[in-house]
Structure formats: C-alpha cells, structure tokens
Design a protein around this ligand. Structure first.
Ligand code: GLV
Ligand code: MN
Ligand code: MN
Length: 410
C-alpha cells in the first residue's frame, strides 16, 4: 500500500496559526511553560485532535495526550511527542514543529482512513525548556517516573509562582494516569538546532545519541550596601565575584576543545539597583558533553573555581545540582527504521548526534526511543530568528508518517 502523503500547506498553516500564541514583534516566540499562551497553544492542538475523534488525556503535570485508536485493542500504543513551550524570546519551531508534525500525522491517517494495528498517541510534554521552572524536560521526566508530581508542582518561577497554580489557571492540571507501560515505543521529530543538515543539503537527521547535560544553581552571598559610602577595598560584592566565576566557567568549556560546552545563561542580581552594592547573585551553570568522564572533569573544575572565588572575594557560595541528564543512546532498531523510512521516502539523510536536550532523553529510560531531525536555518535556535522552510517541515513529517506506518506493520 502506498504511504499516505502529508498535506504540506495544512502543516505550514498550522505552524503559522499556533505561533500567534506568544508571537513577539521580531517574529519569534515567547511562550513560557504553563503561561496563558501555553494554555492557548494547547487548546488549539487539543481542539484539532478532538475533530479527528482522538481521546484526550491530561496528567498531573499537564502532559497532554491525544490518542487515535488502533484496530488491535490488545496492542500497545505508539507514542510521539514534543513540547509547545519556548525559551524567553525564543523561536517558533523548537518543540512546536514536533507537535504539529504529530498532529499532521493524525490528520493524514484520519483523512486517508488508514487503520493502524497500534493506537497512535501524540503527547505535548510540559516545560521542556526549563526556562521558567527548573529543571528542563520536566513533564517527560515525571512521566518516566524520575520525580513525583508533588515534588514538581511546587517548583517556583522567579516571581515565586508555583507550577501547580499556573497549570490550574490554564486548565491543564489534569487527573488522568497515563503509564509508560501502555506504550510500545517513542518517536520525536525536532528541528536540528545546529547547521549540519542545511550545510550538507540533507533533509533528515537520523539521531543516534543526545549528549549529557548538567545544571548547577549557584548562590553567591556577599554584603550589600551604599555605593557612594562603602569603601572599595573592603566590599564583598556578589556580582564582582559572579563575574570571576563566569569567566572561570567559560575557561572550563574552552579546556575541552571542540566538545566542551559551558555556559552561564541565567543570572539574578539582588537587589539590582544602580546605587546598591549587589549583595546576592543567583546563577545557573550548564555543562554539556557526550562523555561522562568529561562532564566529571568539568564538574570538579567548577567545585575548584567556586572555592577559589569564595576565598578571593570573601563571599559565601552555595552549589546545588538541578539537572543531571546522561548521554542517551537511542534504540538501534528504531534508528535503523528511521534511516530506512528516509530512504523509502526519497529523502537524503545522515546519522547525527544531538547537542540539545529533548523530551526523548527522559522517554528513553522507559521505552524504546529515537528521534528524527529536520534542518534549521543556519543552525540558529533558542533565538527569535529561528527558521525552517515549508519543504523541510513537509519532508520531515512525511518521514515521520513512513516511520510510524512501517513500525506499525512490524
Ligand atoms: C533544550 O532546549 C535544551 O536546552 O537543549
Ligand atoms: Mn526542543
Ligand atoms: Mn529548546
């Protein structure tokens, strides 16, 4: 049987339509997890899935599942998913493309009256980005059993608002119990967020691995005071200490040529006033590398840098690890299947590793998992000018359909 063809106009239109919820004047997206805009984007997807006759479930973390029944009611479900939240001033496709490609899959199965043996379910995972509530990949981690809902729903944003309260406000504090044991495998399609596929003129990245990532929340406490009266010599300025630590973090990354990634991307200065010496700074250090041994070296170097900074600047420094996501190797049989599906669909592909983290990392702990990448313009992501083409979007969605139908028939 010929594989049903996706409708690229419909997919592109849906990507356009969903981006109005949180669109920025510069053409990016500001849709933080569990915000009003996140609720509106979910409502849009859920309404579309209901029209296709899908069953909707929402769990305690707000993870939202849209299920199209299969013929064999005793067979496990094939799970697909990604996220609808964005970074602050982020892009319109990171995560969103995966959900909309999943919706296009449901639509094409529906209109072509394709009966699958397994049910096919598309998930929207809550708070993949971790920008508003730490850690990242939160909803997927809950689903995979890494945390309880009670542990996560009390996490607060910088304004002290709890995730649980925000989910209730947008109508996504669910009560459905959805278990990984219902599912046979997980597949996520995502933009590459790097330049390789575009540079090499390839339509599909067959993802084999996601590199490991660690986050550390650092609190630096000095002494606040009047900027006009307090002598320079005896200050314990938390922001000056932070600047030293930030340089040290950069060096930790540079000390691992080519593969090291070390970043401070989050900084909260208290009280943050021009005429008050900063008394407290909170910052987040993030390391990434495919090798655990390298992450260990970087982590030890951070401990050393914290000690040195505290001694040199007379400040106290706390360090709490917020995230430890190991390097994930995807399921070889599924990786092969994606590669074959790309070839069957006539798309040029290559095996790649992922520098970014994904919900799939959490899912891989509980079921066979893999990912498909599509190109992303100049590799720019987590930025308002993140962009893809209509053709890239369509090619990826077609390979998703091919992969799912081929998996279903095995
Ligand atoms: C996901 O957005 C990541 O930070 O890699
Ligand atoms: Mn993403
Ligand atoms: Mn992201």
């Amino acid at each position: 049987m010929k594989t049903p063809q996706i409708n690229s106009d419909r997919l592109w239109k849906s990507l356009d339509e969903i981006s109005v919820f949180g669109e920025t004047p510069a053409g990016g997206l500001h849709r933080l997890a569990a915000s009003k805009e996140d609720g509106q984007a979910r409502d849009y997807v859920v309404a579309a899935a209901r029209e296709l006759g899908c069953t909707i479930r929402i769990d305690a973390l707000g993870n939202t599942f849209m299920r199209r029944a299969g013929i064999d009611t005793s067979a496990k479900t094939i799970l697909i998913g990604s996220h609808l939240d964005s970074q602050p001033l982020g892009g319109k496709y990171d995560g969103i493309y995966g959900v909309m490609a999943g919706l296009e899959l449901l639509r094409v199965l529906h209109e072509s009256k394709t009966e699958t043996k397994h049910a096919v379910e598309v998930a929207v995972w809550t708070n993949e980005e971790g920008a508003r509530f730490a850690p990242a990949m939160m909803g997927a981690a809950y689903f995979a059993g890494k945390f309880t809902a009670d542990e996560l729903l009390v996490r607060k944003d910088v304004d002290g608002i709890e995730l649980g309260k925000s989910l209730t406000e947008i109508g996504y504090a669910g009560t459905d119990i959805v278990s990984p044991s219902e599912h046979k495998a997980y597949l996520e399609i995502h933009i590459e967020q790097g330049p390789i596929l575009q540079d090499e003129n390839l339509q599909i990245g067959v993802v084999t691995l996601v590199q490991g990532m660690r986050w550390f929340r650092i609190g630096i406490t000095g002494q606040s005071g009047h900027t006009g009266t307090y002598p320079m010599e005896t200050r314990r300025d938390a922001l000056v200490a932070a600047s030293h630590l930030i340089k040290a973090v950069q060096q930790i990354g540079l000390d691992q040529p080519l593969t090291g990634r070390a970043t401070v991307g989050h900084l909260v200065v208290t009280p943050n006033s021009p005429n008050v010496i900063p008394g407290h700074v909170e910052l987040m250090v993030e390391f990434r590398n495919p090798e655990v041994a390298v992450l260990d070296v970087m982590t030890n170097a951070l401990v050393q840098a914290i000690k040195e900074t505290a001694e040199s600047y007379g400040v106290e420094i706390s360090n709490q690890q917020e995230l430890d996501s190991e390097t994930i190797n995807f399921t070889p049989e599924l990786v092969d299947l994606v590669e074959q599906a790309a070839a069957t669909s006539g798309k040029a592909s290559k095996r790649v590793i992922s520098g970014a983290g994904h919900d799939a990392c959490q899912l891989s702990a509980v079921m066979p998992t893999t990912m498909i990448f599509i190109p992303c313009d100049k590799g720019i992501s987590h930025a308002e000018n993140e962009a893809i083409t209509k053709e890239w979007a369509a090619d990826g969605a077609q390979v998703l359909v091919e992969t799912i139908l081929s998996f279903d028939s095995k």
